[in-house]
Design a protein around this ligand. Structure first.
Ligand code: ARG
Length: 431
């Protein structure tokens, strides 16, 4: 480390190996957070000005300095590296270099403990907004593909055995509704996280009349985290909640990926993944491999790992502990991988090639046996007798069509339309 740590007061230096161990990759992770940290620092400075701890000219100089630093970070001319203990130290160092005494005033009334909390909170709010948008894009893609493939028949499976006549649109509607739930979960989670920890300092408040509400408003939070102790205790817990929301969506991606992987095998051959989403084998010239779909299926393992890391870090008593630094890596890794995976889904759904004839051919006459049993029951035959009668007749149920079968199942969201319009309306409401 070439710059002086913020906590240096003339004591002997930290052991070099211990210093390296404490730093880990923290400063590299802080590259992802520094713009949020700067944004929060600007709001903090405005707050200090409002309570006259900073003069207008001082606040202006600090805000300009912070703006300059943000520009330099974006342009790549300022790189957060091992010279600094962390992003927070780099911000204060930059302002002190530029502004001297005024720069050294920026940390009045705050601690790195609430500084890292607010930076991560802002980052998570953005990440959850992205998650919601991507879930809605996935739902939209499934719905649009369903809307244009309404008459494409497909067996409905239970136990992976052909069960009843169904359709591709019905399957896609199922995936669409799952992604709508995931978007809703992302929104609800963002609501829980929508509170500003800034102004809680090290976890016990500070003897200044900080304008916490004004700072929260400037940063776009709907409220403040009231208890400084809870602000610290919520670190890791709210990260876990966010990763859980992401995990829900990725589990639905995994199921869709599984369906595509299965249906694209030669054994099913209902769909063909486009070249843009398949790879080849280095030895077997005949191979087309569904690597993209398989890696999508693998993504929940990243969130699962992150959830496990986060929950094990939550076994701490109240207050800040340096252990909490270790919450950053799993969150950043999980969202990076998860959001990238979700972003691939819409194009995959849109470009999927369909073998409509093969899907229809998989609907054997006996798949209408349930329809037949229910028809008989509707006409007054006790269902168990109807069931047996339908079993006896099932190989002869030839004059039927999947379309009629589906149209008669009003419970599929409405006659003939599979409830696509209702799902579309919910999607629009969630946008
Ligand atoms: N990198 C630290 C973290 O993520 C910043 C807070 C440091 N606070 C402290 N008291 N050492 O937790």
């Amino acid at each position: 480390m070439s710059t002086r740590p913020l906590w240096d007061k003339g004591q002997a230096a930290l052991d070099a190996a211990a210093q390296e161990f404490c730093a880990g990759d923290d400063v590299v992770l802080d590259r992802r957070l520094i713009l949020h940290d700067i944004r929060a620092s600007i709001a903090h400075v405005h707050g200090l000005q409002r309570i006259d701890v900073l003069a207008a000219a001082e606040a202006e100089a600090l805000v300009n300095g912070l703006g300059e630093l943000a520009e330099a970070v974006r342009a790549g001319s300022f790189v957060l590296d091992e010279r600094f203990e962390d992003g927070h130290s780099a911000i204060e160092w930059y302002l002190s270099e530029r502004l001297g005494d005024v720069g050294r005033k920026v940390h009045t009334g705050r601690s790195r403990n609430d500084q890292v909390l607010v930076a991560m909170r802002l980052w998570l709010k953005d990440a959850l907004a992205d998650l919601r948008a991507r879930c809605l894009d996935c739902a939209d893609a499934c719905l649009r593909r369903a809307e244009t493939t309404r008459d494409v028949a497909l067996p409905g499976y239970t136990h992976l055995q052909r069960a009843v006549p169904s359709s591709l649109a019905a399957l896609l509607a199922g995936h669409a509704e799952a992604f709508l739930d995931d978007a809703e979960t992302a929104r609800a989670t963002a609501g829980t996280l929508d509170s500003s920890p800034l102004g809680t300092a090290a976890g016990y408040g500070v003897n200044l009349p900080l304008d916490r509400d004004g700072v929260a408003r400037e940063l776009g939070f709907s409220r403040v985290q009231v208890s400084p102790i809870y602000a610290q205790n919520s670190r890791g817990k709210l990260e876990l909640l966010a990763v859980q929301a992401l995990h829900q969506a990725l589990l639905d991606v995994r199921r869709l990926a599984w369906d595509l992987s299965l249906y694209s095998t030669a054994e099913f051959a209902f769909v063909r993944l486009p070249d843009a989403y398949t790879t080849g084998s280095s030895i077997m010239p005949n191979k087309r491999n569904p690597d993209v779909v398989e890696l999508l299926r693998a993504v929940p393992s990243v969130t699962e790992g992150a959830m496990s890391e986060l929950s094990s870090l939550l076994s701490l008593p109240s207050g800040y502990h340096r252990d909490l630094q270790a919450t950053k890596a799993p969150v950043l890794r999980a969202f990076t991988r998860g959001l990238a995976g979700l972003a691939l889904v819409p194009a995959l759904v849109h470009t999927l090639e369909l073998d409509v004839a093969r899907m229809a051919a998989a609907i054997d006459p006996e798949l209408y046996a349930t329809d037949r049993a229910v028809e008989l029951a509707r006409a007054g035959v006790p269902f168990r007798d109807a069931y047996r009668q339908a079993a006896a007749e099932m190989h002869d149920l030839k004059d039927r069509s999947p379309a009629e079968s589906l149209a008669a199942r009003v419970s599929l969201g409405g006659p003939g339309n599979l409830g696509l319009d209702r799902l579309r309306a919910r999607l629009d409401a969630l946008r």
